[in-house]
Write a protein that binds this ligand. Sequence first.
Ligand code: NAI
Length: 714
Amino acid sequence: MGSKLICLWPYRNWLPRCKKILSMTTDLYQHRGPLAVITLNNPPVNSLGHALRHRIVDALAAAQADTTVCAVILTGSDSAFCAGADVSEFGTPRQTAEPVLATVLSQVEDCTKPVVAAISGVALGGGLELALACHARVALDTAKLGLPEILLGLIPGAGGTQRLPRLVGLDIALAMLQSGQAQTAHQLMGSGLLDDVVSQDVLDAACARAIALADELAVNKFALPRARDRQLDATATLARTAQERDKLSPSQRLQPAYIALLDALEAATLPLDEGLRRERELFVQLQASTQSRALRHQFFAEREATRLPVQLQATARPVETVAIIGAGTMGAGIAICALDASLTVILLEQDDAALQRGQQRVSQHYQSRVSAGKMKAAVAAAAEARLSPTTDWAQLSRADLVIEAVFEDLAVKQAVFQKIDTHARPGAVLATNTSYLDVDVIANMTKRPSDVLGLHFFSPANVMKLLEVVRSAQTSAEVLATGMALGKTLKKMPVLTGNAFGFIGNRIYNAYRKQCELMLEDGAWPEEVDNGLQAFGFAMGPFAVADLSGLDIAWRMRKSQTATRDPRERYVAILDHLCDQGRLGRKTGAGYYTYTEGEGKQAKVTDDVVRNIIAQASAQRGITRHTLTAAEIQRRALLAMVNEAALLLHEAVASRASDIDVVMVQGYGFPRWEGGPVFWARQQDRAALAQELQALARGSGHGFVVADASVLLD
Ligand code: NAI
């Protein structure tokens, strides 16, 4: 080996000629002077499926055997060095068929000729692990590198937790692995991960690095730099991981990957092969965990949700100018996300005072982004310059799409839609942001109901990702496609829903909240319900949420339904009694809880007034209150969601079961690592689930419709 390398010396003389000498030997193996260039070629993102792994191993073997080759370059395309494992192989025989990724990496690392990664585009997950096994890494400054496995409930399974800390130290490795977020090569400069970061010609730079390594190897016979030859200090590492264990948040504690990650990092104090064995053990356990399966389910469900069913696919109409009617909480938030997406925005209000308030909401948002250092002043100014506040309805004629966000009152919305119909240009898409009202009734106020749809944003509209795209009876496919496309432009997660009271999300949430209210009457206190559901992983319990958003909205709706409510229904009047006493939630200092101000923070406490109201409600219904365990609370709440989800699917309000999970995770704080109500239902015993739904119906009283949950399970 050594003599062959010496006869090629000095390699640097080859460098200027490298570009011209390219001779194909396999589909991904080329000569570049004395260098072998292995170009990963599995579009679009070079995911490391079985076929590609095989080809890399073959190409490496060819380079190793080729006496005219002194070093190897591993590279990808401009947009992707390699985006990691092929997720579709998970759980299939191909995933474990040799060469597995670990075999590929050990062959890279053990290659006796220097192997240099030339990285542009993304190097993620297994892609970055491949680069870590190389003897040097050269990246374009814009390249994005990261180990996102934690976001799928996993840890890297091919050395990421072992080689990364050995190269960059525990602190940087921990930050990268725990966040799962990619960073640019520019940001990672100086971390020890990259040997060179360049602003152009990454392949040339990698060739230069490879030649330098080959030269040094030839002359000095030095050991090639390998992560394998380093180890973390055991005492310092264990002290640090102990601290990190204490710092894990409640939601991280519910996800085994966060603990496993710390276990794996501790193994970076061992010789590499032992560390790799430990990492693999942990990876295999995590792969089978419910949490990881749930997170992978969400990943695929989200990708699927943004695609319209085949029969509804059409070409979207172009949208550059959006008019928003109503500059309140929602209108201002929608305006901000449209401005952030570089759209031109017309913001229309009923009078100057309301318009000014709306405009201020938008301005304050941008001011606070700039003062927090999160946005450049020039970018904020450009966004605000695209905003045209107005009270002149004639301005609507400039809009490609109009979104109505006025009060949730059918008569008001109907009047507004008549005006929109007068002023909007033919072909403009007309949307309502209603939460509950019938989109058909609103659409029928216009002479063009096929141009009308619902675009249900969530509050705060510039933060929440979910967007329900509501199809009314007459909405055209083109208009639906435009709604979905707008969602993507606004960086939202658009999900198609039918036009039913509350669409998908609010309808399930109402069933859930109602079940939680029944639990109050049966014997639980608000904090017991909230704590039980938080322990399951919900961001907040339903009563804390109700206090935060204000009880008066639900109160108004309940009052409007009084006349039509079936008197046999088991109606829980606790919320009405709270509102009667002026307890409208946080904004009045009291709701289901009492709020006290202290040290600039609002603390919530339980109080006897609420307990008395609840105890009286139980007594009036003749219920002897009994304690509900956290497990019972969780189960009843989840069963209520599952039942409603099955009804929605039966009624074709949801077009796919997995869409329901996306809505509940993205819009309602359902823990992502539990997958959503449909995923949860699929983990239950089928017969037991059916029986439990029957029992839930009996407890919930007249009017509760039991669904056949098998529709969710098949
Ligand atoms: P809001 O009360 O904050 O704002 C409504 C705005 O509409 C007010 O500024 C009002 O001046 C304006 N407005 C009323 N009538 C008008 C008219 N004829 N012409 C022009 N402007 C008019 O209400 P918010 O919360 O923004 O809700 C708006 C819509 O969004 C409602 O349909 C609501 O159900 C829906 N929504 C609200 C959510 C929330 O959390 N607040 C979440 C999702 C949807």
